[in-house]
Design a protein around this ligand. Structure first.
Ligand code: SAH
Ligand code: SF4
Ligand code: F3S
Length: 441
């Protein structure tokens, strides 16, 4: 038997890329590749990229620069660019980066083995189509190897919302939902391999409307209830949701489905109605606050997380204050915030831009407020009993690290805990980015 070839894959961007990278490793397994953790001994380097902000896209080019020497020492080394930068700038990458052998967009991963073979014969390969076929159907999981206890599962891809700042509708294409039966099959398969928590993924996951086994279209809530019936699957999460797609049955499920975890990532982006309009978000601050109220009525302890963009074109001091006030009202347990970054081809990129120092100052203020809220919620966990799914060993002897139902990282030192265990834990201390606790059972 020939030596397996080594694949080094580096993943940027969102969880959907993490999921895609796993699928690509499996697909290339069929071409004789095994994964390696260092680029130095790789036969193929694959960058799974993100285009969401300028900085994210730039990383690809600086990373490629690092491989120049490697490639000149090892001419057989194949270098590939996948993901959203490949989709958005694939042709240009091919033109400007002669060291790149292969470019593949997010909808064409099932063609990766073919492209890899083609790139091997001295020619270069590019595929940034949006084919009709379901890429996941062709990306069958290979050996039934044991897995970590928490896994991602993509159920929906693409976006039809066209927020004025965002590249996703262009890089991932139109909204598509995977048929429910395929999702359930994949979930059962994951559970057989040791998975106890599944996070359903989609750029707009709550817009899910996949074909159900009965021929009707299933909502995300319906899919969650079907997953709830799988023995051995203990926890269900989903991300990312759009406020406008938060339907009644999904809100209700947060109150009634025990396996659905009390954590919801529900980005609002801004608290100013004028800016929300200019962002083409199709919801206003009031409707978002009402929605949060309804979700909290269904599940009072739910932890709300969000995304914010500061310094969007035309954002005044007052608009920014409106965002700060919305944050004060919601009380976030977690949030991601960004300075607006112009993205080529999106409507907002053409508008007059705010000075960088204004963006920086607003971002600092917003992040300080979020950190305060995050800490307060985390600190309020001390003395409480939570359930923790343990995912890995910690840095210290006999220390294990897991996630509470609220997605807080929890550290427990206890020799009886195994990876994959779900245990009741009393929280004893709140640290900057984690909690400490003691196992109760
Ligand atoms: N589908 C999700 C988010 C996808 S992108 C949603 O609808 O919310 C993840 C986050 O990146 C967004 O929520 C937004 O806060 C941020 N983002 C997207 N485009 C951006 C841009 N051009 N500049 C800065 N932040 C951006
Ligand atoms: Fe981007 Fe808006 Fe779609 Fe989210 S809903 S992926 S922010 S266009
Ligand atoms: Fe980035 Fe593409 Fe995800 S642009 S955030 S990797 S969908």
């Amino acid at each position: 038997m020939s030596e397996p070839k080594k694949l080094y894959i580096k993943t940027y961007g969102c969880q959907m890329n993490v999921y895609d990278s796993e699928r690509m490793v499996e697909a290339l397994g069929g071409s004789g590749y095994v994964e390696t953790q260092t680029p130095d001994d790789a036969d193929m380097i694959l960058l799974n990229t993100c285009h969401i902000r300028e900085k994210a896209a730039e990383k690809v080019y600086s990373e490629l620069g690092r491989y120049k020497t490697l490639k000149s020492e090892k001419p057989d080394l194949k270098i590939g660019v996948a993901g959203c930068v490949a989709q958005a700038e694939g042709e240009e990458i091919m033109r400007r980066q002669p060291m790149v052998d292969l470019v593949v967009g997010p909808q064409s991963y099932h063609r990766l083995p073919e492209l890899e073979a083609k790139a091997g014969t001295g020619s270069r390969a590019i595929d940034t189509d949006f084919p009709e076929e379901d890429k996941f159907e062709h990306l069958k999981r290979r050996p039934k190897a044991k897995r970590a206890p928490a896994a991602f599962l993509t159920v929906q891809e693409g976006c039809d919302k066209f927020c004025a700042f965002c590249v996703v509708p262009y890089t991932r294409g139109a909204e598509v939902s995977r048929p429910a039966e395929r999702v359930l099959q994949e979930a059962r398969d994951l559970v057989e391999r040791g998975v106890r928590e599944i996070t359903l993924l989609g750029q707009n996951v709550n817009a899910y409307h996949g074909a159900g086994a009965d021929g009707s279209e299933w909502t995300l809530a319906r899919l969650i209830w079907e997953l709830d019936a799988i023995d051995g699957l203990e926890r269900i999460r989903f991300t990312t949701s759009h406020p406008n797609d938060m339907q009644d049955d999904l809100i209700e499920a947060h109150g009634t489905c025990k396996k659905l975890m009390p954590y919801l990532h529900l980005p609002v982006q801004s608290g100013s109605d004028k800016i929300l309009k200019r962002m083409n978000r199709s919801h206003d601050a009031q409707s978002y606050l009402k929605l949060i109220e309804r979700i909290r009525a269904a599940r009072p302890d739910i932890l709300i997380s969000g995304d914010f963009i500061v310094g969007f074109p035309e954002e005044t001091d007052q608009d920014f204050e409106d965002t700060m006030n919305l944050i004060r009202e919601v009380q976030y347990g977690q949030a991601f915030s960004f300075k607006y970054s112009t993205r080529p081809g999106t409507p907002a990129a053409e508008r007059d831009q705010l000075p960088e120092d204004v963006k920086t100052e607003r971002l600092h203020r917003l992040q300080a407020l979020i950190t305060e809220q995050q800490r307060a919620i985390q600190d309020s966990m001390v003395g409480r009993e939570v359930s923790v799914l343990f995912e890995r060993a910690g840095r210290f002897e006999e220390q294990m690290v897991g996630k509470s139902e609220y997605l807080h990282a929890v550290h427990v030192t206890d020799p009886t805990i195994q990876i994959g265990d779900i245990r009741r834990v009393r929280i004893t201390q709140s640290n900057p980015n984690s909690l400490d606790g003691q196992a109760l059972n």
